[in-house]
Design a binder for this molecule. Structure first.
Ligand SMILES: [Zn+2]
Ligand SMILES: [Zn+2]
Length: 258
């Protein structure tokens, strides 16, 4: 078992040969892929892939980059689309103060609307956070006070202190191919000590191809390389790491077991 907890199968670079890309992933043992939405215009296509492929599931959400362009997407809209049997999570949503492609207050309002949708549906939140640790942690904690909701910090690159806060709130942490980069020493130190029962792996394909594929278009088959690196880093066997992260994936995204 091997689960890619975060990929964008309908993005340019992957959509052109979705069948080949899925075959290569299955060849390398990938048994589950979560196809993540970033804007309303792609929801139909993202869900359609999940309807067609038994090992692909979908999310609905608005990326923080897109918050300005989606003032009309509220909690009710998210909840409505999340009723679809192949939609198993809400996101990706969060805060990105590195690019600041959307107004920060709009990013925060959108983030809170997504969290409310998680509370209403029971589905997990997929959190994107970049250069926004303080506000992300504050909003996650404050919203948790209004009622618990499950979730994952995707493509984790934040500090160890942020990881501890997220774990304390019950969140899972998903590690991408960035962990294989030579420059990622701090991330490697954090990834080495995360509890195995809260760990996920992802590609964020078509982005962030791991070593030894750097520079290529990322694809879900590469999650096997990230899992292998992570297992060595943590002193676990590849099988231990892949089994545990896949079990975690299906426990967190419980609707995949329906
Ligand atoms: Zn992201
Ligand atoms: Zn993403």
């Amino acid at each position: 078992m091997l689960a890619d907890s975060h990929c964008h199968l309908n993005y340019k670079g992957l959509i052109e040969d979705q069948a080949g890309m899925l075959a290569r992933a299955r060849d390398r043992g990938v048994t589950a892929m979560l196809n993540i939405s970033t804007r309303e215009s792609e929801w139909d296509a993202v869900i359609a892939t999940a309807e067609r492929e038994p090992d692909v599931w979908a999310t609905v959400g608005i990326h923080p980059h897109e918050a300005d362009a989606h003032p009309h997407i509220d909690t009710a809209k998210l909840v409505e689309r999340a009723r679809h049997p192949r939609v198993v999570g809400i996101g990706e949503s969060g805060l990105d103060y590195y690019y600041d492609h959307s107004d920060r207050e709009r990013q925060q309002a959108s983030f809170r609307a997504h969290i409310a949708a998680c509370r209403e549906t029971g589905l997990p939140l997929i959190v994107h956070t970049r250069d926004a640790e303080g506000d992300t942690a504050a909003i996650l904690a404050e919203e948790m006070g209004k009622g618990a909701y499950p979730g994952v910090i995707h493509c984790f690159t934040a500090s160890g202190a942020f990881a501890d806060k997220a774990l304390a709130l019950g969140f899972y942490i998903s590690i991408s191919g960035i962990v294989t980069f030579k420059s990622a020493k701090d991330l490697q130190d954090t990834a080495a000590r995360l509890p195995l029962d809260r760990l996920l792996v992802e590609t964020d394909a078509p982005f962030l191809a791991p070593v030894p594929h750097r520079g290529k278009t990322g694809e879900p088959s590469f999650v096997a390389d990230t899992a292998k690196f992570l297992a060595e880093l943590r002193g676990e066997t590849v099988e231990q790491l892949t089994t545990a992260t896949a079990e975690n994936f299906h426990r967190l995204f419980a609707k995949t077991r329906a």
